[in-house]
Design a protein around this ligand. Structure first.
Ligand code: 23J
Ligand code: MN
Length: 259
């Protein structure tokens, strides 16, 4: 490849024919976090302590110390997050080229509006390929559900009912389909986790975590603004911390979209 395509991208950014969309939710003390049932440990919300704020501890500077789980807000799941991927990559070991790729957007907003526990199926994934063409090498599959509109209200976002959380995600067969597709590098969602709310009760439990991370692929959660992406043709950039031994990391996620 010559430098032409990168030059074209730079020109497109300058003339507005390529738009940058921020797929990241704001990260703050009110960012919703996953709630697992007893007896499992739960991740805290983000909190911070002031080191100095233009005071005796630092008269001309302000800075804070953060406490947060690796899996907080818009974040990446690395293979070592799950027992099936425990010998795989930590966050720091992910090759940078895998963090940039085609964005494949599967829109089930209408289905999820009618059924918040909607389960994505292999037929849905095959129907996408029939309509928009084969999934290209290095792709990130993004499950558009409209759930991001709940992201600023934790109760609505987690949507816990008497039988546990009711949120959309892949069924067991779709999880296997994603993990076995040779061109799928990652799977991204608008919800708090890459698995459906009911997935703890599936066989296997949490099948997307089980199969996808076990296959050395990556998860991406709590995405924003997926409605601004085309079904095909955008480029995604996923930027987790280069956290050594990290099982996951809050991430800035951007998309380049042709206009
Ligand atoms: C641990 C156990 C179950 C789940 C998760 C973490 C996540 O959603 C996560 O952030 O990886 S479902
Ligand atoms: Mn996670």
């Amino acid at each position: 490849m010559t430098s032409t395509s990168v030059t074209d991208l730079v020109a497109g950014l300058a003339d507005g024919s390529v738009e940058v969309i921020d797929l990241t939710q704001p990260l703050s003390e009110t960012t919703p976090v996953l709630v697992l049932p007893d007896p499992f440990a739960n991740t805290p919300h983000l909190s911070r302590k002031t080191l100095s704020k233009f005071d005796d501890n630092g008269p001309a500077w302000a800075w804070d110390v953060l406490e947060l789980g690796e899996h907080t807000g818009t974040h990446l799941d690395a293979p070592i997050h799950w027992i099936t991927g425990k010998d795989g990559e930590d966050v720091a070991s992910i090759p940078p080229g895998r963090l940039v790729g085609p964005a494949v957007v599967i829109d089930k907003t209408a289905e999820v509006a009618a059924d918040p526990g909607y389960l994505l199926t292999p037929d849905d994934l095959a129907a996408y390929e029939a309509e928009h063409g084969a999934i290209a090498p290095g792709s990130w599959i993004l499950f558009r559900t409209g759930w991001g509109s709940r992201a600023s209200a934790e109760a609505a976002f987690l949507n816990a009912g008497p039988e546990g959380p009711v949120t959309p995600g892949p069924d067991v067969a779709a999880a296997r389909w994603l993990a076995e597709h040779p061109n799928v590098v990652g799977f991204g969602v608008e919800t708090v986790g890459i698995d459906a709310g009911a997935a703890g009760g599936f066989d296997p439990g949490f099948p997307v975590h089980n199969f996808l991370l076990g296959a050395g692929r990556y998860g991406l959660t709590q995405l924003a603004n997926l409605e601004a992406l085309p079904a095909a043709g955008a480029l995604i950039v996923v930027a987790p911390l280069k956290l050594v031994d990290g099982t996951g990391s809050p991430s800035r996620v951007l998309a380049f979209v042709p206009r």
